[in-house]
Design a binder for this molecule. Structure first.
Ligand SMILES: Nc1ncnc2c1ncn2[C@@H]1O[C@H](COP(=O)(O)OP(=O)(O)OP(=O)(O)O)[C@@H](O)[C@H]1O
Length: 500
């Protein structure tokens, strides 16, 4: 046992440690001074390889940028960030949280130097996030997609953060990690982003023949709140879900991964509401195309090509596009008219042998058959996972070409309000399952047709269930009276005609 007092003993220990460190440094300096560089390098890399060989672990590094210039953001690092954001544990001390307007949920990512353990098919993978400050000349990076920026002065230097991930796992699983785990992460990250994305509505910019900047579709309608025949609703939901899962099926059949629906029924029966419910259910954006506003087949082609997958193309009131349906007949009429005016056979060529401007314009006009040819030809090879929805209030006026399978695969009749639809509306607006006045309403519903929109309008007038339902009953009576008055008037005018 030392007989030195405590203070002196500590001083002795410190001075011994200092001299040991100094000796180690001196030894390293002498070794690197005396041993030639190549030999020193050879030994150190051999030692490193021996350690690597002896270790059962394999390490993969995922860097933020890839490519020769190192300016292309690595897709895998972004996918890893999204994926690891769902794998955080209380042990992770630092997280980055953000949300942009186009996301429904918060985006969580790990920040700084952190470690996360993930298990994939019994393979334990340890992730380490590394962030380091790098000096860059002429361009800067603020981290993340598209955040590389060029500086005005190319000689200016900025410091920016560069992220990377280091994964380690048992080396016997190297193939599994490369061939199954990474593709799984890419898929999962895509799905996580899809779940979080908000639904948007795109409309055509008729001046420029392109899609306008989209707006967020904040439509509350869902299949839970939509009032329609419950069997039809179930059938449609099943059809949509089968479509989403049908990639392999469509590929096997050699068919384009696309499904067409026709929604028909009177105004106010919920066709637009159903489209919103479909978009919310699938989380697909809506591309609302007014075909009469599309100037030419060329514009139409570009618009269709610009539509991504997971999209719903909506052509509303397709019966009103009557000119479009008859455009080919109109074309013949135009030629006949010109022949009658000029008294000469119709000639599409000018005196220099060029096709006239009128002719070019007429040729380029959008027609229904042109539209159908485009979606069956061009779209079928350039797109997938798209839904076409046509709506009409007058199914009987549609061109039979449109109703052929391959264009419209399922027809959905949106009918006047039925009792089951009424109950759904009463639940939506008043939170009612049942009420003594329902019986009277059911009886009246057998006497007169009302649309769900009309019923919804009445139910909205009061929060008091009794007052609101009484309002619906009065509405029914008024409608019956109006119908009777109209029938009497029509009857009167027919009798009048008979007497002539
Ligand atoms: N089936 C329904 N379920 C729930 N609400 C409905 C339904 N039908 C109509 N409504 C209500 O009525 C409003 C108008 O309906 P919607 O625009 O969907 O009808 P529509 O058939 O598309 O009419 P239009 O043919 O005139 O475009 C909706 O915003 C909704 O509040």
């Amino acid at each position: 046992m030392s007989s030195l007092p405590n203070g002196e003993r500590a001083a002795t220990v410190l001075s011994a440690a200092a001299s040991l460190a100094a000796s180690a440094m001196l030894f390293r300096t002498i070794a690197s001074d005396l041993v030639p560089g190549e030999v020193y390098g050879y030994f150190s890399s051999t030692l490193h390889n021996i350690f690597r060989y002896l270790s059962s672990q394999h390490t993969i590094i995922i860097e933020e940028f890839k490519g020769n210039q190192g300016h292309t953001v690595n897709e895998l690092i972004e996918a890893a960030e999204v994926y690891l954001g769902t794998k955080t544990s209380p042990a992770v001390r630092k997280l980055r949280v953000g949300k942009d307007e186009e996301e429904k949920k918060l985006a969580v990512t790990i920040d700084g130097d952190e470690e996360i353990v993930d298990v994939f098919e019994d393979v334990k993978v340890t992730w380490r996030s590394i962030s380091r400050q790098v000096e860059s000349l002429g361009f800067g990076n603020m981290g993340g997609e598209g955040r590389t920026f060029w500086l005005e002065d190319p000689d200016e230097t900025v410091w920016s953060e560069e992220r990377s991930y280091e994964l380690s796992f048992n080396k016997k699983h190297k193939d599994k990690v490369l061939n199954s785990y990474f593709p799984y992460i890419l898929e999962r990250a895509k799905a996580i982003k899809e779940e979080s994305k908000v639904v948007k509505l795109h409309a055509v910019n008729t001046h420029h023949g392109c899609w306008r900047d989209a707006i967020i579709l904040d439509h509350p309608m869902t299949f839970q709140t939509l009032a329609m025949d419950s069997e039809l609703k179930m059938a449609l939901l099943e059809d949509l879900d089968n479509f989403v899962k049908g990639k392999a099926f469509y590929k096997r059949m050699g068919k384009t991964w696309r499904r067409g629906y026709l929604l028909y029924g009177p105004s106010g029966t919920g066709k637009s509401s159903l489209i919103a419910a479909m978009a919310n259910h699938l989380n697909y954006d809506i591309y609302d195309m007014d075909l009469t506003g599309v100037r030419s087949n060329d514009d139409l082609r570009l618009l269709l090509l610009a539509m991504p997958s997971k999209a719903i193309l909506v052509i509303e009131d397709v019966d009103c596009v009557v000119n479009l349906q008859n455009q080919e007949d109109n074309e013949e009429d135009r030629e006949d008219r010109e022949e009658a005016t000029t008294g000469e056979p119709y000639n599409p060529w000018d005196e220099d042998g060029w096709v006239t401007e009128d002719e070019v314009e007429a040729e380029n006009q959008v027609t229904l058959s042109g539209f159908l040819n485009l979606i069956n030809g061009l779209l079928s090879c350039c797109s997938e996972e798209q839904i076409l929805v046509f709506t009409t209030n007058h199914r009987e006026q549609l061109d039979p070409a449109l109703l052929r399978p391959g264009c419209i695969d399922m027809e959905i009749h949106m009918s006047y309000c039925t009792m089951s639809a009424f109950k759904q509306l009463a639940w939506n607006y008043l939170g009612l399952y049942d009420h003594p006045l329902f019986e009277q309403i059911e009886r009246l519903m057998g006497e007169v047709k009302v649309t769900p929109a009309e019923v919804a309008g009445e139910l909205m007038k009061s929060k008091d269930a009794g007052v609101s339902l009484q309002g619906v009953i009065e509405f029914f009576h008024k409608k019956i009276e109006q119908n009777e008055a109209k029938a009497a008037k029509d009857n009167g005018s027919t009798k009048g005609l008979e007497n002539i």
